[in-house]
Design a protein around this ligand. Structure first.
Ligand code: NAD
Length: 430
């Protein structure tokens, strides 16, 4: 009797092109390889593509072993262009960045990818947009570009839909696979195609009636988070003035089993989502209805102001030691916007560092996850007893597990903890 094959052959599902190999595109590509898709990850960034093809991941949630395993199957390759790699695709997913430029949505990346994919679009293929954007983008921007470049008709000749990404970097419970995925299509067949595709990747798909609802779903989720973070941030500032422990109140409120959801204060919001996505919604409301989206504007105002507030608290704490900011040695722990990730996009850490150096502080920053450049005049340092001892003030901006907070408690004379780290119970908190 033969024993069961530990690596049974996997059913080939078809060809997938993932446009963009960043925080969203790479995990999607890796998962698709696991379940049998032949995947091409297209990204114009030559360095990234080189790293990917040599098994060297730059996304925290994708370990090198997973990338190497994908390469070993022979069903994954990264490419800098569409020309040699995108022909005859069955499905293409667009995971391009959608930044703001002077407060306005910049959809140039999505346009570029749509134009490029159009040249390789064949009858019966499906295109899905995953980038976060304002409602209407899939039908009003992507569809015409695909039609124009391919000579095919959306809905009739090819299928098109939108499925928002809910990836939460660093979260090991709610992953790409276990988090329900909202799916949509521009017509019934498109919805079926999009749903069937994601059913191969994730545990649960949630169909909605059109791309506009799916696009709005993503903006609703992120605006909800943004507004609630702003609420606790404002509360933290007032509670400090009133001499009340806001963290204890949040703990107590969180015991309510219904009608309350826990959010915690911090030095500001960062990443590609919260500082940007709600503005896509307020921009559209303003453009089309001529009205301000007041919740978003208020939340932006409060959250954007948090780095200034932290600098004010740093100043007050140094003042307590009879020291000015000018000339003080300040150690900032954490430049990433989020625990255990290396994502420093829009992060409050670099902003706080710049504000302090502008005021003459000797700023040192430590973040083992972030390897990108730091603001001018900020020294990158390793975590260590010497740095903790010599600092006039240590400020915890990100509570990475990599930081030995027991050492912070032991060796740092003065600490401002913006994250409420358990080991720092006697430190001053935000
Ligand atoms: N990062 C997250 O946690 C997250 C979560 C949910 C949704 N999103 C949304 O997903 C989208 C992508 O975000 P991300 O964090 O993955 O961005 P990212 O910057 O990490 O990755 C985007 C990649 O696209 C590449 N690119 C640029 N132009 C391209 C082109 N023409 N063709 C192919 N690739 C191109 C870039 O080089 C980059 O590697 C955004 O709309 C974002 O709002 C992000």
């Amino acid at each position: 009797m033969s024993s069961a094959d530990p690596n049974p052959p996997i059913a080939r599902r078809g060809k997938l092109v993932v446009a963009g190999q960043g925080y969203v595109g790479l995990p999607l590509a890796m998962r698709a390889v696991e379940v049998g898709w032949d995947v091409v990850g297209v990204d114009p960034d030559e360095k990234r593509v080189k790293r990917l093809n040599s098994g060297d991941s730059y996304v925290d949630d994708i370990p090198n072993a997973q990338l190497s395993a994908a390469l070993t199957t022979g069903r994954y390759q990264a490419s800098t262009g569409y020309a040699d790699s995108a022909s005859d695709f069955d499905i293409a997913v667009i995971t391009m960045p959608t930044p703001l430029r002077e407060g306005n949505p910049d959809l140039s990346y999505i346009k570029d990818a749509s134009r490029s994919l159009a040249g390789f679009l064949s009858a019966g293929a499906t295109v899905v947009l995953e980038s976060t954007t304002y409602p209407g983008t899939t039908e009003e921007l992507v569809a015409p570009l695909l039609e124009e470049g391919s000579g095919l008709k959306a809905g009739t000749d090819f299928h098109l839909g939108y499925s928002p990404e809910r990836i939460d970097p660093g979260n090991t419970t709610w992953t790409l696979v276990t988090t329900p995925k909202v799916v949509s299509g521009i017509d019934v067949t498109s919805l079926t195609k999009v749903k069937d595709f994601y059913d191969t990747l994730v545990d649960v798909t949630v169909p909605v009636s059109s791309p506009k609802e799916a696009e709005l779903t993503k903006l609703l989720e992120n605006t909800f988070r943004h507004v609630n973070i702003a609420l606790v941030n404002e509360l933290a500032m007032f509670a400090h003035e009133l001499g009340i422990d806001v963290w204890e109140a949040i703990d107590a409120a969180s015991t309510k089993p219904f009608g309350y959801m826990r959010f915690t204060p911090g030095p500001g919001v960062g990443g590609h989502c919260l500082p940007i996505d709600p503005s896509y919604l307020s921009w559209q409301v303003k453009q089309t209805l001529g009205q301000p989206f007041r919740f978003v504007e208020l939340a932006n105002d409060i959250n954007d102001h948090m780095p200034d507030y932290v600098v004010g608290r740093i100043s007050a704490q140094l003042n307590g030691q009879k020291k000015p900011i000018n000339g003080s040695r300040i150690l900032l722990l954490g430049m990433a916007y989020k625990k255990n990730t290396g994502d420093a996009r829009e992060s409050p850490g670099p902003r706080i560092a710049s504000l302090l150096t502008d005021m003459g502080a000797d700023v040192r920053a430590c973040d083992p996850h972030v390897d990108g450049p730091l603001p001018a005049r900020v020294s990158r340092v390793d975590f260590g007893v010497e740095e903790l001892r010599e600092a006039d003030l240590v400020v915890v901006l990100t509570d990475h597990d990599a930081f030995a907070f027991a050492a912070v408690s032991e060796y740092a004379a003065h600490v401002l903890d913006c994250r409420r780290v358990p080991e720092l119970s006697s430190a001053e908190r935000l």
